[in-house]
Design a binder for this molecule. Structure first.
Ligand code: C5P
Length: 303
């Protein structure tokens, strides 16, 4: 009788996968490939999923997650791993464990950030030796927002989102995130934009925004051409926006294709005070106060 040795697993490593916010978002028009031409200034924020990975010696790719809805072959981390495995004929597999913190469908790029993390983990565990630039190019096949996660803490993205130029803000501080408990489907938002297209300013205020040193000045320069479309697709986000506006706490903005609302603060204390007021007055919203801008973290060996 031949004894089959149990599958050998190797070291587990992990990454923090940060969320992003769009400080400006101009939609310049539809493209022939069905996507939309964008110009957007994005920043990373210190709200992170944790993605851990273990190399396995069979070829299987699997994921466990505390949000069971995300355990699927369509999970962007799984798709990212499969892409690298196919492209480089990798004989090994990988088993992911994802701890989800970034709201799903919240316009903060959580799934894309997880995919970028997965590419970095596969690159390390499978000893592929690929540069971040190369990984970002592979990431663009998985999703338009994946490449930007190789360029945080802040970057300007153009094209459908895959052309990424790192930039530096003159400001750092805090953001209040007001999370609407809903998932806004991104394709529906772009389709709604197409129903009444209003081409954006092409990032005209970006330089002023990069030079600004006060949160209130930055908020005055933020834009999001998708906001009206988000409100059409998800009236609950519109209601939340109206409710927050009625509290007279200053202007809030929608991130990306929604549903998260945000406002920047210079001081953590003021940010926490706003977050507390929102939670007290609007029961449908949960809040987070996190530091911004926030960059990529090194890969860690899991204890
Ligand atoms: O690239 P990603 O898979 O994240 O895009 C999801 C959907 O969002 C696309 O299928 C498309 O409908 C829309 N989209 C777009 N223009 C972009 C990015 C996304 O129309 N620049």
């Amino acid at each position: 009788m031949v004894a089959i040795a149990p599958e050998k697993t190797l070291a587990t490593i992990s990454v923090y996968a940060a969320a992003k916010l769009n400080l400006t978002l101009s939609v310049l028009g539809p493209r022939e490939d069905g996507f939309h031409e964008l110009d957007s200034l994005v920043v990373g924020v210190d709200l992170c999923d944790t993605l851990a990975a273990t190399k396995t010696n069979d070829g299987t790719i699997s994921i466990r997650c505390d949000d069971s809805a995300l355990v699927s072959a369509d999970n962007l981390a799984v798709r990212a791993a499969r892409l690298l495995q196919d492209e480089y004929a990798v004989p090994h597999g990988i088993s992911f464990e994802l701890h989800k913190v970034i709201p799903v469908g919240g316009g903060m790029g959580g799934g894309s950030s997880d995919a970028a993390g997965a590419l970095r983990l596969c690159n390390a565990l499978w000893s592929l030796g690929l540069s971040d630039e190369r990984l970002a190019r592979h990431g663009a096949v998985i999703g338009s927002d994946v490449p930007l996660f190789f360029a945080l803490p802040s970057a300007v993205i153009t094209g459908r989102g895959e052309n990424v130029t790192p930039v530096q803000l003159s400001w750092s501080g805090w953001v209040v995130l007001a999370c609407v408990q809903t998932i806004v489907p991104t394709p529906d938002v772009y389709q709604a934009w197409s129903q009444s297209p209003a081409p954006g300013d092409g990032g005209r205020h970006q330089n002023a925004l990069l030079a600004a040193t006060r949160a209130s000045a930055i908020m005055d320069l933020t834009t999001n051409d998708l906001e009206p479309a988000v409100f059409t697709v998800a009236p609950e986000v519109c209601s939340a926006f109206d409710a927050v506006t009625a509290l007279d706490l200053g202007t809030f903005r929608v991130s990306g294709a929604g549903a998260t609302l945000f406002r920047l603060y210079d001081e953590e204390k003021a940010a926490r005070c706003t977050a507390r007021t929102i939670e007290e007055k609007i029961s449908s919203l949960t809040t987070q106060v996190v530091a911004v801008p926030f960059g990529a973290c090194p890969i860690r060996t899991k204890e």
